[in-house]
Design a protein around this ligand. Structure first.
Ligand code: LMR
Length: 339
């Protein structure tokens, strides 16, 4: 069975109506008697990014181990839909798997805002320890009533700022228009340094920078390189001030309806790919950074410990603003994951 959804109309339907409809149609990707199980897996980044490579590896391992019983179709670079639309499409059974930036779950739950708090996670190892903690693991299943279950987390990497001028200090950000993901924490973080935040979908960022709709942005080296943001940003500041990672998520009705041995194999593959992807992520990001430097199109500025401390002092007041939303125990667990 296939259905097609008008996303604009979809957003106007009540939540209760949505959930009822989602329950009805969630089985759309399931096998019928005459065909394999189809997993449509859209995402927004380029094939060479940490997420692009992980999604492709998931497909390759499914091909190898499930012998045609499951077919994975990966749609990279936002060619099928935006992240925002993919949340609706997953709830409706239009697609069966997504790997969405944790920042974009803001509209479903505030708990994931912990991942956006600036300077909370100093590196990817700390993020991994937090994700493996009781609090981190509890996040996976925190949105099942909204048509989405997390299977695991995959890394991208740490974020860097880019802009039209050197930004060694947050003073330089005053008055600049910053593109941010669809996250209230990221919006508040930019307001905190006197910038003007604009929530813009990933697929529209290059053009927004090129036309001057926004002046500045934050992203990982791999995204800045593969989506060519460095071509339209004169300066990139190595701030490592925040994290981008993904929730690999499925529709609970679809997932629970799969034959048990297939679901178990898919679970194994998703987790195996997660370990592999997390090992690759830093290498892919470093490679993107070196290619940007080699291009000479954008100047990469390393910041001193003193300069970074000023950024940190300027941005961390947003922690207090969001602690009530997130729950203090999540912030404490993240702090406990530091070494
Ligand atoms: C962004 O919108 O900047 C990122 O979420 C894109 C991604 O998926 O890495």
């Amino acid at each position: 069975m296939r259905i097609s959804i008008d996303m604009k109309a979809f957003k106007k339907i009540s939540v209760a109506g949505l959930l009822a409809l989602a329950m009805l149609v969630a089985g759309c990707g399931k096998s019928d008697d005459d065909g394999p199980i189809l997993i449509k897996f859209p995402h927004v980044t380029a094939p060479g990014t940490p997420k692009g490579q992980a999604a492709q590896r998931f497909k390759d391992l499914v091909d190898e181990r499930l012998d045609g019983r499951v077919v994975v179709e990966v749609y990279p670079s936002g060619q099928l839909m935006s992240d925002d639309d993919s949340l609706d499409a997953l709830a409706f059974g239009e697609v069966q798997m997504i790997a969405i930036s944790l920042s974009k779950l803001d509209r479903l739950t505030h708990k994931f805002q912990v991942f956006d708090l600036p300077f909370l996670f100093p590196d990817l190892s700390t993020v991994e320890r937090f994700q493996a903690s009781q609090e981190g693991m509890s996040l996976l299943d925190s949105m099942s009533d909204k048509g989405l279950r997390g299977l695991t987390f995959w890394h991208n990497g740490m974020k860097q700022f880019g802009g039209p001028i050197p930004m060694r200090s947050p003073d330089a950000a005053v008055g600049l228009k910053f593109r941010v993901m669809e996250s209230d924490v990221l919006q508040a973080q930019v307001l905190q340094i006197g910038g003007n935040p604009q929530k813009i979908a990933f697929g529209e960022v290059y053009q927004a920078l090129q036309t001057g709709a926004v002046d500045a942005q934050e992203n990982t080296w791999s995204n800045i390189y593969s989506s060519k943001f460095f071509e339209v940003q004169d300066y990139l500041m190595e701030t490592n001030h925040g994290y981008i990672g993904y929730l690999v998520a499925v529709n609970p009705e679809f997932w629970d309806g799969l034959p048990e041995e297939i679901r178990a194999e898919l679970d194994t593959i998703v987790n195996e790919v997660g370990v592999w992807a997390n090992e690759q992520a830093s290498v892919i990001n470093e490679d993107g950074k070196q290619k940007i430097i080699a291009s000479g199109q954008s100047e990469v500025l390393a910041l001193s410990a003193e300069e970074l401390a000023v950024w940190q002092d300027a941005m961390t007041p947003v922690w207090d603003q969001f602690e009530g939303n997130i729950g203090a125990e999540f912030i404490e667990a993240a702090l406990a994951a530091r070494q």
